[in-house]
Design a protein around this ligand. Structure first.
Ligand SMILES: [Mg+2]
Length: 121
């Protein structure tokens, strides 16, 4: 329990801090050998499928009664994503997200896509 209490829990936690938390967890278990880019990409896909399972055969507007099952899978995806960023030795994942959002803004300009998704282009 003391170990759990030492984990910082706030929306102010940085991506770099979360990457370090994941890195420590992996290192303490000597799991670096398994955290290859391919395996981590597969793990992200598997966890994404687990997230989808919460909505299987439900209407689009379905909200699961147990939201923790959903947030567990969201966290699993994020943890593997952080581990992939670590394995690839990305300098700053935040920077990569900003870079990609700039590309997304260029690809989907508001004037053209406001209220229209890309499938209606
Ligand atoms: Mg999972």
């Amino acid at each position: 329990m003391a170990e759990e209490d030492s984990l910082k829990r706030t929306d102010e936690t940085t991506i770099a801090e979360l990457r370090e938390l994941v890195s420590e967890f992996v290192h303490e278990r000597n799991w670096e050998q398994y955290h290859t880019p391919k395996s981590l990409s597969e793990a992200i896909s598997i966890e994404s499928a687990e997230l989808l399972e919460n909505f299987l055969f439900q209407p689009d507007s379905h909200l699961p009664a147990d939201i923790e099952k959903v947030t567990d899978e969201m966290a699993d995806i994020f943890v593997y994503l952080m581990s992939l960023a670590n394995t690839l030795q990305l300098k700053s994942f935040s920077e990569e997200v900003y870079r990609k959002m700039i590309k997304n803004r260029q690809k989907y300009p508001i004037e053209k896509f406001s209220g229209n998704n890309y499938s209606k282009q």
